[in-house]
Design a protein around this ligand. Structure first.
Ligand code: ADP
Ligand code: MG
Length: 696
C-alpha cells in the first residue's frame, strides 16, 4: 500500500473524501516546453534537452552537475543530494525533461535540484496545469497527486446547491469546480485562482460556508429542542430596580425588556448583550439574575478574571443581600475546604447567586436549579468554553446571557455567532466625558511621573498599568489579543518565562516605589496577579474609597473594574497590548464627570503593527470602530479565540474577502434545512471525517 495513513492524517486527510477537498496551493505549467535560449532568470519554466556533460565532484562539496542542451542553448543542473543510481541514470546522450526556476550563474543559467524525468522525442505533454498541494514531511507531490486523482474518480461528489441557485450566482457545480481546481487548463486566469476569486473557488467556498451555516442551524435546533425554566416572577427584579441609585438609560431599558421576555419562555435564552465599555451591562445582568432568583432558581455569574469576579461579588452582594438574596464567590484561589463547603451549599440550593471565574465550569459545581448563567466579557472566553457551558445542565438548559464590550463584526455575527441573539446597548449613562488619549515615548517617563504626581495632588485618581506577560497562569494573557509581546511571540531570544515574569513584576514594583517617593505623603497602591486575594481586595477597596491616589497594576485590572473617580490612566508598554485590550483598559477612566485622559507610553522602535494600533487608539474612542480595525489587523480567528478553543476555523473561506458569499450561504441554508440529505452530505463532507480513518 503506498498511502501512509499517519502522514496523511497530519494533513487532515482521513478519508478518501478528504482527499478531494485537499486543494492546490498553486500550479506548475508543464504543458509547454520552453526553448533554453528563451529562459528568463527567476521565471519558472520547463525545458527539454539532451545531456551533453555529467560531472560528479566530491570537493569542496559533493555535487552532481549535468549540462543539458537543446537547439537554442545550454543549462546546468546541480544536485547536492543524490544517489549513485541517479548518477548512473544521468549519462550523456539521454534526454531529460526538467521543470524549475532558472537562475543566473557564472556559467549561464542553472537550476538547482529541479524535478526531472527521462524523456524521449515526442513524449506527450500534459494538457492541464499541474497542482502543487500543501504537503507534510514525508509525502511527496507525486504521491499526493496520484491519491487525489484516484479519489476524484472514486468519490461521489454530491451537488448541494439547487440548479437555480447555481445559475443565478453563475457558479459551476461542486464536482465541476473541484475537478477544475485540481487540474485547470493552461489558459486559466492565474490571478483569479491565486486570490480565489475564480468561480470554481467561489463555488467551493460557498459550499464550506453553507456547511457552516447548516451546522449552526443544527446546533440552534438542538438547543431549542431543550427546555428551560420559564422565569416569570418579576417581584424581586422590581425591588432590585427600585433600589438602584439611578434610572436605567433608554438602551438599558430596551435590553432589559428583551431579556425579561426571553427569560419568561420555556426555551433557553442564548443572548449576547453588547455595549461599549462603561455602558452599564452589569446592571441589566443583575436584573436578569434577580428575575431568575425571584422565580425560585439559582443564577451563576462568570467573569474572566478573579479580580473582576471579586469586584462583581463585592458590588452585587450588598444590593442583593438587601433584598434577601445570598451571593457567594467561587474562585480558583479558595482553599480546598472552603471550596468544598461552598460547592455543597450550592448543591443544597442555599446559594442563590454564585459569582466566579471559569472555575465555575471547570469545578463541576452542581446546581440543583440553575436558571440563568451570565457570562461577563464573553469575548475573553473561547467559543468552546461557551459551548461547554451550554451543555451543562443535562436535559434542561439554563438561560444564557453573554456580555461583551467587543462588538462583533457583521460577518462574524452571521457565522460563528449566528447561534446568538444580540441586544445592543448603544448609549452611555449620562454625564460621561470622552477620554483624551496621548502617545508618549518612554524617554519622557520622568516628566510623566511629575505630571501624575501633580494630578494626584489635585485629588485626581490614577491607574498606572504595567504589562505582566505570563502565558501559563494569568488568564489575562491566555485570552491573548494580539500585542507584539504575546506569549507565543516572545521568541527564542527572550528570557525564560519565569525570568521575564519576575522582571516585569520588578518593573511594577519599581514603578510603585518611584511613584510612592514622588507622591509622598499620598498613598500609592500595587496590585498584581500574585497577590493573595485578601490583599488584592484591600488595595482595590482603598482605591475605590479614594484613600489610594495612584494604583499601579498589572493587567489584572483590565476588564470591568469600576472606580468612577479615576480620571487618568497611564499604560506602560502600550505597544505590547492588542487593540481590544487597550480599549478595555482605557474604559476604566472617563466614568465620572471629570475630564479624563489616557497616556499610552511606548518603547521605540515600534513595529508598523504596533504603530497603527496606537494611532487608532489615539484617534478613536468608539468600541465599534476599534473592533473593525482589530478585525482587519488580526483576522477573525484570533478575535474568536478559536485557536485555543479547537473550534474548526474555515479552511478556504475568508470572512472579509467572501463576505458576499456569507450572505448567500445564510439565505441558502434556509432551503437546505437541517434534516435533509443535502445537509447530511454537507456536514459529512466538511466536518465528517474527524474520527474515521482513511480507507485506501
Ligand atoms: P460595563 O457595561 O462596562 O460592564 P458597568 O456595568 O460596569 O459597565 O457600568 C459602568 C458604571 O456605570 C457603573 O459604575 C454603573 O454603576 C454605572 N451605571 C450603569 N448604569 C447607569 C445608569 N443608567 N445611570 C448612571 N450610571 C449607571
Ligand atoms: Mg462590565
Amino acid at each position: 500500500m503506498d498511502i501512509d495513513i499517519e502522514r496523511f492524517a497530519k494533513l487532515g486527510i482521513r478519508r478518501v473524501q478528504d482527499l478531494v477537498l485537499h486543494l492546490p496551493l498553486r500550479y506548475e505549467d508543464l504543458t509547454r516546453i520552453t526553448p533554453i535560449g528563451d529562459l528568463v532568470a527567476g521565471v519558472a519554466a520547463q525545458v527539454e534537452g539532451e545531456i551533453v556533460r555529467v560531472e560528479v565532484r566530491q570537493r569542496p562539496r559533493r555535487i552532481l552537475s549535468v549540462e543539458l542542451a537543446d537547439a537554442t542553448g545550454r543549462i546546468g543542473l546541480r544536485f547536492f543530494h543524490f544517489y549513485g543510481s541517479q548518477a548512473r541514470q544521468l549519462v550523456p546522450g539521454k534526454r531529460l525533461r526538467v521543470a524549475g526556476e532558472p537562475r543566473e550563474s557564472l556559467f549561464g543559467f542553472e537550476m538547482v535540484h529541479p524535478p526531472y524525468r527521462l524523456a524521449h522525442e515526442g513524449m506527450a505533454l500534459p494538457d492541464r496545469l499541474t497542482p502543487v498541494y500543501p504537503s507534510a514531511a514525508g509525502i511527496g507531490q507525486a504521491a499526493l497527486r496520484r491519491a487525489i486523482a484516484r479519489a476524484l474518480v472514486r468519490t461521489e461528489l454530491v451537488e448541494t446547491l439547487p440548479p437555480a441557485a447555481l445559475g443565478r450566482l453563475r457558479l459551476p457545480g461542486f464536482a465541476e469546480a473541484l475537478r477544475f481546481l485540481h487540474a485547470p487548463p493552461p489558459d486559466v486566469d492565474a490571478g483569479a485562482l491565486a486570490d480565489r476569486s475564480h468561480p470554481a473557488w467561489r463555488r467551493i467556498i460557498l459550499d464550506e460556508l453553507l456547511a457552516q451555516q447548516v451546522s449552526l442551524r443544527r446546533a440552534r435546533a438542538a438547543r431549542s429542542a431543550h427546555e428551560a425554566a420559564a422565569l416569570r416572577d418579576g417581584g424581586l427584579a422590581a425591588r432590585l430596580r427600585e433600589s438602584l441609585p439611578f434610572g436605567l438609560t433608554a438602551a438599558q431599558e430596551r435590553a432589559w425588556a428583551q431579556i425579561r421576555e426571553d427569560l419568561a419562555r420555556p426555551t433557553p435564552m442564548n443572548r449576547l448583550l453588547q455595549g461599549d465599555v462603561g455602558s452599564g451591562k452589569t446592571v441589566v445582568a443583575a436584573l436578569a439574575a434577580a428575575q431568575a432568583i425571584g422565580s425560585d432558581h439559582q443564577a451563576a455569574f462568570m467573569a474572566p478574571t478573579e479580580i473582576l469576579a471579586e469586584q462583581h461579588a463585592r458590588k452585587l452582594r450588598p444590593a442583593f443581600e438587601a433584598i434577601g438574596v445570598r451571593v457567594e464567590l467561587l474562585t480558583g484561589s479558595l482553599r480546598e475546604r472552603e471550596r468544598r463547603e461552598l460547592r455543597e451549599a450550592v448543591a443544597r440550593g442555599e446559594v442563590d447567586l454564585l459569582v466566579g471565574t471559569h472555575a465555575l465550569i471547570e469545578d463541576g459545581v452542581e446546581f440543583p436549579s440553575l436558571g440563568l448563567v451570565v457570562v461577563d466579557e464573553q469575548h475573553r472566553f473561547g467559543v468552546a468554553q461557551r459551548l461547554r457551558l451550554a451543555g451543562k445542565a443535562g436535559d434542561r438548559l439554563p438561560h444564557q446571557l453573554m456580555m461583551s464590550a467587543t462588538p462583533i463584526p457583521r460577518t462574524l455575527a452571521m457565522t460563528y455567532y449566528a447561534d446568538l441573539e444580540v441586544t445592543v446597548i448603544d448609549e452611555l449613562p449620562p454625564g460621561r466625558t470622552p477620554v483624551v488619549t496621548r502617545l508618549l515615548p518612554e524617554s519622557r517617563r520622568e516628566e510623566l511621573v511629575e505630571r501624575v504626581a501633580a494630578a494626584a495632588r489635585e485629588g485626581r485618581q490614577v491607574y498606572w498599568v504595567c504589562p505582566l506577560i505570563d502565558d501559563a497562569a494569568d488568564p489575562d494573557v491566555q485570552a491573548g489579543d494580539g500585542g507584539d509581546a504575546g506569549p507565543s511571540r516572545a521568541g527564542a531570544r527572550a528570557p525564560g518565562r519565569r525570568q521575564r515574569e519576575a522582571l516585569e513584576l520588578q518593573t511594577a514594583i519599581e514603578t510603585h516605589r518611584q511613584l510612592s517617593e514622588a507622591l509622598a505623603p499620598l498613598r500609592v497602591g500595587l496590585v498584581h496577579g500574585r497577590l493573595p486575594p485578601a490583599e488584592k481586595q484591600a488595595v482595590m477597596d482603598g482605591f475605590a474609597r479614594g484613600e489610594i491616589a495612584v494604583l499601579v497594576a498589572t493587567t489584572v485590572i483590565e476588564v470591568g473594574v469600576d472606580v468612577p473617580n479615576a480620571s487618568l490612566m497611564v499604560i506602560e508598554h502600550a505597544e505590547r497590548f492588542g487593540l481590544a485590550q487597550l480599549h478595555q483598559l482605557r474604559g476604566r477612566v472617563g466614568r465620572g464627570s471629570t475630564r479624563s485622559a489616557c497616556v499610552l507610553m511606548y518603547r521605540s522602535p515600534l513595529t508598523p503593527a504596533a504603530r497603527s494600533r496606537l494611532r487608532i487608539m489615539q484617534e478613536s474612542n468608539d468600541g465599534f470602530e476599534i473592533a473593525r480595525h482589530d478585525l482587519m489587523l488580526r483576522g477573525p480567528g484570533e478575535i474568536l479565540g478559536a485557536r485555543q478553543s479547537g473550534v474548526p476555523l474555515l479552511r478556504y473561506a475568508d470572512l472579509e474577502r467572501d463576505a458576499d458569499l456569507v450572505e448567500v450561504a445564510r439565505d441558502l441554508a434556509g432551503s437546505v434545512g437541517t434534516g435533509s440529505a443535502t445537509a447530511d452530505a454537507l456536514l459529512d463532507r466538511w466536518y465528517g471525517g474527524r474520527e474515521d480513518f482513511l480507507r485506501a
